[in-house]
Design a protein around this ligand. Structure first.
Ligand SMILES: [Zn+2]
Ligand SMILES: [Zn+2]
Length: 233
C-alpha cells in the first residue's frame, strides 16, 4: 500500500513548493492510499530562524502553524474516503530540551494525528541547512565528526523518549554533509553504533515506524535515509 507520512508544502514551509491542497491531489493522482501532512513545528527563538526566514518573526511562524492545522483539517474533511486517508501531523525539532516541551504542547493543543520525530540541530546549530552551518557545528564539536554524530544520536534519544513520535524522520540526517570520501559515510565507530542500536530499540519498544526518506538521493547520498548499515538492522 503506497503511503507517505512526511510532506511539506510551499504554502507553509519556505523550502517546499505548491499549495497544501496541491500536495493532497498530487498524492491521490500518484495512487497513494495514505498521506500524512507534517509541516514543521514553529521554532520559538528568533536566533533559530533560517536565512530563508529572515523576513519573518517567531510570532509569524506560530501563526503559520495555526493556519496550517486549520487548512489541513479542512482538507482532511474534504478528501478522507474509504480508499484515501489523510492525517494531520507535524515534524518536530530538537534544538534543546525546551523544544520537546513545546512540541508536546502543540500536539496536545491541536490534537495532532501523529508526529514525525526529527532532529535537525546539534549543539543548537542546524546540521542540514548548508555546508557552512554544518562546518560551524563541526567546529563546535571540536572538529570531531564522531562527537557530532554521538551528540546527534543522543539528541534523537532525548526526543524519542520524551515524545515517542509515531514516525522517526530521516534517522541518520547527521551524515548529510559528511564528505563522501570519509569512511563514516559507510561504517560507524562502536561509540556511535551503540547509540544507533539504543535508539532503534527504543522506537521498536513503543511501536514506532522508521521512514525511508528519498530526499537523501537528491542530496547525493548513496542510499535513502537511513543508509544501508542502519536499514539492515
Ligand atoms: Zn521534513
Ligand atoms: Zn526534517
Amino acid at each position: 500500500m503506497p503511503l507517505t507520512l512526511h510532506s511539506h508544502s510551499g504554502q507553509f514551509c519556505c523550502h517546499a513548493k505548491g499549495e497544501l491542497a496541491d500536495v493532497v491531489t498530487a498524492a491521490q493522482a500518484k495512487g497513494f492510499r495514505v498521506l500524512g501532512l507534517s509541516e514543521h513545528v514553529p521554532r520559538f527563538r528568533l536566533q533559530d530562524l533560517y536565512d530563508e526566514e529572515r523576513h519573518l518573526s517567531v510570532a509569524d511562524l506560530g501563526d503559520t502553524f495555526e493556519r496550517y492545522v486549520a487548512t489541513a483539517r479542512a482538507l482532511q474533511r474534504q478528501h478522507r474516503s474509504a480508499s484515501f486517508d489523510l492525517l494531520v501531523g507535524a515534524e518536530t525539532e530538537y534544538i534543546n530540551d525546551e523544544s520537546l516541551v513545546w512540541a508536546h504542547q502543540l500536539r496536545e493543543r491541536h490534537g495532532l494525528d501523529y508526529l514525525v520525530g526529527s532532529v535537525h540541530h546539534v549543539r543548537e546549530i542546524p546540521i542540514d541547512f548548508d555546508q557552512a552551518q554544518f562546518n560551524r557545528c563541526l567546529a563546535a564539536c571540536g572538529g570531531s565528526l564522531i562527537d557530532l554524530y554521538a551528540d546527534y544520536f543522543d539528541a534523537q534519544y532525548r526526543m524519542l523518549t520524551a515524545l515517542r513520535p509515531e514516525v522517526v524522520g530521516h534517522f541518520d540526517l547527521c551524515r548529510l554533509f559528511t564528505p563522501r570520501s570519509n569512511p563514516l559515510c559507510r561504517t560507524l565507530p562502536p561509540s556511535v553504533w551503540e547509540r544507533v542500536l539504543r535508539n532503534i530499540d527504543v522506537v521498536v519498544a513503543y511501536g514506532g515506524l522508521f521512514e525511508i526518506n528519498s530526499r537523501a538521493y537528491k542530496k547525493g547520498l548513496p542510499d535513502a535515509y537511513p543508509q544501508r548499515d542502519i536499514l539492515q538492522v
